[in-house]
Design a protein around this ligand. Structure first.
Ligand SMILES: [Zn+2]
Length: 75
């Protein structure tokens, strides 16, 4: 396993946070991009629902580029 996963499981976070981190690092969070890749019927609009930038909702967007998320992180 990658060293990041070992670090994640050794942290003192709650198991819920660890599992979320594992989903994040494994690209298994149910973003619109992921649902489309799994052939869920979500229509053709893959835009992020949190901001109005008309950018595809991916893990990278949600955690690092989304204007709404950035505002939340800064609170
Ligand atoms: Zn966004």
């Amino acid at each position: 396993a990658h060293v990041t996963f070992k670090w994640l499981w050794k942290t003192k976070c709650t198991p819920k946070i660890k599992v979320f981190g594992w989903f994040l690092l494994s690209d298994r969070l149910n973003t619109r991009n992921m649902l489309k890749r799994r052939h869920y019927n979500i229509g053709t609009n893959l835009d992020c629902l949190l901001c109005e930038l008309h950018i595809e909702e991916t893990v990278e967007h949600l955690f690092f580029h989304c204007t709404f998320s950035k505002e939340c992180w800064c609170l």
